[in-house]
Design a protein around this ligand. Structure first.
Ligand code: ACO
Length: 320
């Protein structure tokens, strides 16, 4: 039986940090409103010439360094992103080219804010099946490019960034304990970017459209349920969890889900205040923050949870 363990983590944020007050100069909002409704205080926005793959590569180099590995050691690259550099080739292939490691399997997964849960679970399955032994799993987004900066209901919520982990095969028990993925396409309308390119034209709006309250309710309900299911499958309870690393959409969603799971907020790694919602990047970014500041230690039990458009959601329970 093969196990899959996180061998290293890394992350990257663009240089341009935009506070709520700065945003309020361009759109009719305020720091008070944004903090009270979401917990967000600032977000990072990629430079015009910075692509999702550039953020991904920076996070990957850090993850490789923290695992004590060379890029050449990687035999699988999965990038979770909703904001690929191009329609094709995949951002994973572009990352592979920039890392200078042609040959290994490389592909993207698209599950919006649940993307990293899908990517990590897929890499886990590859390792268990003997198809890979050292996977580079990335969540990377230039999500702010999907925002209508005149729509205050959405533009205050998101940011850009990337996080990466190296998931390695291990013969000793530990690593990923339980991984669960779900989706329900019936909820597509409450969060989407409807526009597509057809015949050289964008057909439909190219910006994020969201029913905030419907998303809020659905997120709390499903994240609570899937967290409970992951724990039950592992024969564990909330007491066994050392750290929750949730998707960082909104402080109130995170707080409410923690309460429903019977977890104290002291056990939750929070970055939403500093990063905003970076979609597929938010979980690996938060994980890297928790590891680097010394809160997350080897052998800690972590619950990672994410949800996003689709709707798609997932949870991964692991021993770090
Ligand atoms: N600044 C100031 N006022 C605003 C802003 C803003 N940025 N946005 C909306 N408002 C106003 C509205 O126009 C409305 O005014 P009105 O009463 O005069 O019409 C008022 O605030 C209340 O609007 P609501 O939409 O009812 O506000 P709500 O309390 O639901 O908060 C929010 C909105 C923060 C989006 C909330 O619904 C939420 O957190 N939903 C979850 C959405 C989310 O996290 N999405 C992320 C993507 S999905 C994911 O990652 C899980």
């Amino acid at each position: 039986m093969a196990y899959a363990k996180i061998l290293g983590t890394g992350s990257y944020l663009p240089a341009n940090c935009v506070s709520n007050d700065e945003l309020a100069k361009k759109v009719d909002t305020s720091d008070e409103w944004i903090v009270a409704r979401t917990g967000i205080r600032q977000r990072y926005i990629a430079a015009e010439n910075e692509q999702t793959s550039d953020l991904a590569v920076q996070a990957s180099l850090q993850a490789l360094q923290s695992a004590g590995m060379e890029a050449q050691d990687i035999d699988l690259i999965i990038v979770a992103t909703t904001t690929p550099d191009k329609t094709f080739p995949s951002t994973a292939c572009i990352v592979q080219q920039k890392l200078g490691i042609p040959g290994c399997a490389a592909f993207d997964v698209q599950a919006v804010c649940a993307g990293f849960m899908y990517a990590l679970t897929t890499a886990h399955a590859y390792i268990q099946a003997g198809l890979a032994s050292k996977a580079l799993v990335i969540g990377a987004e230039t999500f702010t490019r999907l925002l209508d900066w005149n729509d205050r209901r959405t533009c205050v919520l998101f940011g850009d960034g990337a996080g990466a982990v190296i998931l390695g095969k291990s013969d000793t028990e530990g690593g990923i304990i339980s991984a669960k993925l779900k989706a329900d396409g019936n909820y597509a309308d409450i969060l989407q970017v409807p526009g597509v390119v057809k015949g050289g034209q964008i057909v439909g709006s190219p910006f994020v459209a969201m029913d905030g309250q419907a998303v809020f309710k659905f997120a709390v309900k499903t994240l609570t349920k899937i967290g409970q299911e992951a724990l039950a499958e592992a024969n564990m309870t909330a007491e066994d969890i050392d750290w929750v690393v949730p998707h960082q959409a909104n402080l109130r969603i995170i707080d409410s889900t923690a309460k429903h799971l019977g977890l104290s907020m002291d056990k939750v790694i929070l970055t939403v205040q500093d990063h905003g919602n970076t979609s597929a990047a938010s979980i690996p970014l938060a994980l890297d923050v928790g590891v680097r500041d010394g809160r997350i230690k080897r052998d800690d039990v972590l619950l990672l949870e994410g949800i996003g458009g689709g709707f798609a959601w997932g949870a991964v329970l692991l021993r770090y």
